[in-house]
Design a protein around this ligand. Structure first.
Ligand code: PMP
Length: 316
C-alpha cells in the first residue's frame, strides 16, 4: 500500500502501458519468460478478455456449477452460451465436463480451488482431463485462490501451461496479497495465446499504483505465505468447531469454508443479525470467509445458535 501511495502521488503521468517492471518481476518470480504473461485490471477483467478473444457469438463455454458467480454473466457478455456442469457433491465432475464438450465449445473454465466449495483438483486428474479434450478448446484454469493451498506436494497449473498451448492460468493480487481494491491480476499462457490477448487488451491498465503494488507484493512473498498459513490454520480450526456442532463442512483449500444447508437464506439472515456477512447460495449453503480468530469464533457461536434454534423449532 505504501508503494501504491507513492505511485499515486505522481499519477498525473500515464502508467507504463506494457507494465514492464511488474512483468519482469513476475517473470522472475514464476520462472517463466515475459512473453507468457499478461497483466490486467484484476483477473475478472482478464477472464472477460479471454472470452472475448476465444468466443464467436453462439460458441459454448463449459464450466463447473456452483462456481464463481461472475462466470455466467461474463460468458453472456460475449454472446456465448454457458454450459454449466453440476458438481458431484463438492467435487468437480470432470467426466461430465468432458462429455459436455462439443464442436461448438470454445472454452472450458475450471476454478481451482473452486469458489464456493474450496475443493481442489490435482494435476494428475487435470492432465487426464486435458488428454480427453480436442485441440480447438482453450482451457482456462482460474487459480485465484491458489496461494491458500497449503499441501507442499501440490503442483499448480503452470506446468500444464508449459506443456500445452490450450491451457491458460488466471491469478490475482486480490486475495492472498490483499490488494483487491487496486485491481491487478495476470494471465499465464504460451505466447501464441498471449499475443492474441495483447491485441484486444484494455489500454493503460493496470494503473501505475496497481503496478507498483504488484512489484512490492512479489518482493514480500514470504510474508504472504506466512499469512496464508495463518488462514489455513484458522480454516482447520473453524471447520473442526463446525463439525463438532454437526455441520457437514468439506475440506477447503481456499480462504473460505463451504457450509452446506438447505436453509441458506435463513442462515444468512441469522448471521446478518449478528453483524456477520456470508455469501448465500440459495437452498444450497453459504460460503464463509476465514477472518481473524475472534471473527471466526463469533461465526462459530452464531452457527451454534442457529442449529440450537432449528432443533427447538422441530422439537415436539
Ligand atoms: N476468480 C474467482 C474464482 C473469484 O472468486 C474472483 C473474485 N471473487 C475473481 C476471479 C476475480 O478476482 P479479481 O479481483 O482478480 O478480479
Amino acid at each position: 500500500m505504501a508503494r501504491a501511495a507513492e505511485a499515486a502521488a505522481i499519477a498525473n503521468d500515464y502508467p507504463d502501458m506494457t507494465a514492464a517492471g511488474a512483468t519482469a518481476a513476475l517473470a522472475e518470480h514464476l520462472g517463466l519468460p515475459a512473453d507468457h504473461l499478461v497483466f490486467g485490471p484484476g483477473s475478472a477483467a482478464l477472464c472477460q478478455l479471454l472470452l472475448l478473444v476465444c468466443c464467436e457469438p453462439g460458441a459454448q463455454v463449459v464450466h463447473q456449477w456452483p462456481s464463481f458467480e461472475g462466470y455466467p454473466s461474463m460468458i453472456g457478455h460475449v454472446r456465448a452460451d454457458a454450459v454449466p456442469v453440476a458438481l458431484d457433491g463438492v467435487d468437480t465432475d470432470l467426466d461430465a465436463m468432458a462429455a459436455a464438450v462439443t464442436d461448438r465449445t470454445a472454452v472450458v473454465m475450471l476454478c481451482n480451488p473452486n469458489n464456493p466449495t474450496g475443493a481442489l483438483l490435482d494435476q494428475q486428474r487435470l492432465r487426464r482431463f486435458l488428454d480427453r479434450l480436442p485441440d480447438h478448446v482453450t482451457v482456462l484454469i482460474d487459480e485465484a485462490y491458489r496461494d491458500f493451498v497449503l499441501d507442499p506436494g501440490y503442483r499448480d497449473a503452470l506446468d500444464l501451461v508449459r506443456e500445452d498451448p490450450r491451457v491458460c492460468v488466471l491469478r490475482t493480487f486480490s486475495k492472498s496479497y490483499r490488494l483487491a481494491g487496486l485491481r491487478i491480476g495476470y494471465l499465464v499462457a504460451q505466447p501464441a495465446l498471449t499475443a492474441r490477448l495483447a491485441v484486444l487488451r484494455m489500454f493503460f491498465a493496470p494503473s501505475a499504483p496497481a503496478q507498483a503494488a504488484a512489484v512490492a507484493a512479489l518482493a514480500g512473498v514470504a510474508e504472504m505465505r506466512q499469512r496464508c498459513a495463518q488462514v489455513g490454520a484458522e480454516r482447520t480450526r473453524l471447520r473442526d468447531l463446525l463439525i463438532e456442532q454437526g455441520w457437514q463442512v468439506p475440506v477447503s483449500q481456499a480462504n473460505f469454508l463451504w457450509v452446506p444447508t438447505p436453509d441458506a437464506g435463513e442462515f444468512t439472515r441469522h448471521c446478518a443479525a449478528y453483524g456477520l456477512r456470508v455469501r448465500e447460495w440459495a437452498e444450497r449453503g453459504v460460503r464463509v470467509t476465514i477472518g481473524s480468530p475472534a471473527t471466526n469464533d463469533a461465526f462459530a457461536e452464531v452457527a451454534a445458535g442457529f442449529r440450537a434454534a432449528a432443533r427447538q423449532a422441530v422439537a415436539p
